[in-house]
Write a protein that binds this ligand. Sequence first.
Ligand code: ATP
Length: 348
Amino acid sequence: MSDQAAVEFQNVSRVFSMQHGSEAGAVKAVDNISLQIRDGEFFSLLGPSGSGKTTCLRMIAGFDRPTSGRILLGGKDVSDLPPYERDVNTVFQDYALFPHLTVGDNIAYGLMIKKTPKAERRKRVDEMLELVQLAGFADRKPAQLSGGQRQRVALARALINHPKVLLLDEPLGALDLKLRQQMQVELKAIQQRVGITFIFVTHDQEEALTMSDRIAVFSQGKIEQVGAPAEIYEHPATAFVAGFVGVSNLVSGEVAKRITGSEAMFSVRPEKIHLGATGGEDMFTANGKVRDVIYLGLYTRYLVELDGGGDLVVVEQNLKTTSMDVVKIKGQPVILSWKKEHIRKVGG
Ligand code: ATP
């Protein structure tokens, strides 16, 4: 990694003007974002639908332009460069493979455009097929591949020219959960092997936590927090981040005061809470009633209604308990306890 940021946003905004009948309106899709993405980083843009992630990606690629602010690639302002003159490539969710070309020719496409000699092309296609674990598939057509295999071809095609930055827009969105999880691991391994900066758009918090070196959490065109997965999860900067990444378990007002002595809003993660009283100076406790129990094999999720209002989700591993044991506690009063150090004060 070099010190130079691979991608930099300087006060970037993108406003779409809209016509509703005779009324004109404006959507601020991206609202004054400043951000630095490091060279060689696996960086995720995470946020709900409509929060501005794709618009950011499109502006890096050059398919869209900021209304104000600047975007730099490798320290260079690219505002006036068309997409094909930017050293970036994009992988889309729908693969966008050419159906009439073989896998090999799909992957070689960028090299054919550049008129790279045939022998060199074949060598690099073989390297790419190896990289995405599709050796031996060069002569198949896309229709003869599974969804996961097609996505790998799309990845190989985007990487063959060694772009400085690879943009990935929900690339695993069309895959079923098992394949998606397998591809997450593979994608991360491939990124580490090639050392290219990956910028990955997703609305799936687990996916972002699994793969990223750092994550930017988006809400309504703004970035709420940038940090490593553990930082975002353990120290959410805002109530929005606490709620969007993992289960929020937010407590405030009177109920918070009963527990901590202060009305300030705090969050506590479900896996930090124990069902049952655990004494000690360093513990907080809260009384409530178990409203719901969901047995999930490895662990059980409890929804506890706190005395005084509000709910807390509690997750416990089924180390000794069976499904029969856990459902019996539904409707029962409980005491919850957790270490004081596990609460996080969160802003509004
Ligand atoms: P998703 O996960 O659904 O793709 P997103 O976070 O990528 O969402 P964007 O696609 O960047 O969100 O959209 C941000 C906002 O800008 C939305 O309110 C969207 O409706 C609006 N928007 C995006 N493109 C346009 C456009 N071409 N014209 C008008 N509004 C647009």
